[in-house]
Design a protein around this ligand. Structure first.
Ligand SMILES: Nc1ccn([C@@H]2O[C@H](COP(=O)(O)OP(=O)(O)OP(=O)(O)O)[C@@H](O)[C@H]2O)c(=O)n1
Ligand SMILES: C[C@](O)(CO)[C@H](O)COP(=O)(O)O
Length: 230
C-alpha cells in the first residue's frame, strides 16, 4: 500500500512560528509520530510526504532518525492541502493502484487503523476513517440563528486515512481543478464526482492536532500509551 502524508501546512491555528508538525511531543516532532505509525503498519510499503521545501532539511533529519525499513520520499507540497495531495498523487510510482492519504497532523492514528483501511480498500474504490459525532450539531445561518438540527445518527466526523483507487482519485482531483472545487478532504472530491465512499470506523484518539489544546491532548494520549507498554 502506498501512503501519502500531506505535511506542507503552516499551522496558523496553532499560532506557531513554523510548521506545527515540527513541534515536539514527548521529545519527538509530530511528524515523527505520524511516520512511525504509518511505517509500522504491515500493509504499508511506500510513503510519500508532501512538504514545503524550506522544511525538507528538518524532514530529512526526522526520517533518518527513525531508521525506517520502508522507502520515504519527499514531494513538494502546494499552497492548500488539496494542492499538496494533488502533487503527491502525481509523484506516486507508476503501477501504484491504491493509496491511503493521511494528514501529518493526525499523529495518533495507530498502525492498526492504516492496516484496517488498507484491507477495506480491497473491497471498494473509496473510503475514509470516521467516527460518529458525539455532540448535537446545529446548522447556523450567517446571522447566528439556528436553521436546523440534523439527525445525529446520520453524522460522522471525517478523519484520515482516506483511501482510494489511484486512477479514480487522480481523475477526481483533475476534475476538481478544472471546475474550481475547493474541498477540505479528498472524499469530498469523490462525492462531487458521484462516486461511493465507504466508512471505516476510525479511532476516537485519532484527533487532528490543530490548536495548542490538541497538542496537550496528544501529549497525554501518547504518554498513556508509553506507560501501558512499560
Ligand atoms: N498547503 C497545505 C496545507 C495543509 N497541509 C497538511 O494538511 C494537513 C491538515 O491540515 P491542517 O491541520 O489545517 O494543517 P495546517 O494547514 O498546517 O494548519 P492551519 O490550517 O491551522 O494553518 C496537515 O498535515 C497539513 O500539514 C498540506 O499538506 N499542505
Ligand atoms: C482531511 C481532514 O483531516 C478530515 O477531517 C480535514 O478535513 C482537514 O481539514 P483542514 O481544514 O485542512 O484542517
Amino acid at each position: 500500500m502506498y501512503v501519502l502524508i500531506p505535511a506542507a501546512g503552516m499551522g496558523k491555528r496553532m499560532g506557531s512560528d513554523r510548521n506545527k508538525l515540527l513541534l515536539t511531543v514527548l521529545g519527538d516532532p509530530l511528524l515523527a509520530w505520524t511516520l512511525r505509525s504509518a511505517a509500522a503498519a504491515q500493509r504499508v510499503q511506500w510513503i510519500g510526504i508532501m512538504g514545503q521545501p524550506t522544511d525538507f532539511p528538518s524532514f530529512e533529519e526526522i526520517i533518518s532518525g527513525l531508521g525506517l525499513q520502508k522507502p520515504v520520499h519527499l514531494i513538494v507540497g502546494g499552497s492548500t492541502r488539496q494542492e499538496s495531495v494533488y502533487n503527491g498523487l502525481q509523484a506516486l510510482p507508476e503501477g501504484a493502484q491504491e493509496v491511503l492519504i493521511h494528514d501529518g497532523a493526525r499523529c495518533l492514528a495507530t498502525p492498526d487503523l492504516f492496516d484496517r483501511c488498507a484491507i477495506a480498500l480491497q473491497e471498494c474504490q473509496g473510503l475514509i476513517a470516521a467516527i460518529p459525532v458525539k455532540d448535537t450539531i446545529k446548522v447556523v445561518n450567517g446571522e447566528g440563528w439556528i436553521e436546523s438540527t440534523p439527525n445525529r445518527a446520520d453524522l460522522w466526523a471525517a478523519q484520515t486515512p482516506q483511501g482510494f483507487a489511484v486512477d479514480a482519485i487522480k481523475a477526481c482531483h483533475e476534475k476538481g481543478r478544472t471546475h474550481g472545487w475547493e474541498v477540505t478532504d479528498d472524499a469530498a472530491l469523490f462525492e462531487q464526482c458521484q462516486l461511493p465512499v465507504k466508512i471505516v470506523v476510525g479511532e476516537e484518539t485519532n484527533i487532528k492536532v490543530t490548536t495548542p489544546s490538541d497538542l496537550a491532548i496528544a501529549e497525554r494520549i501518547l504518554q498513556q500509551r508509553s506507560e501501558s507498554i512499560h
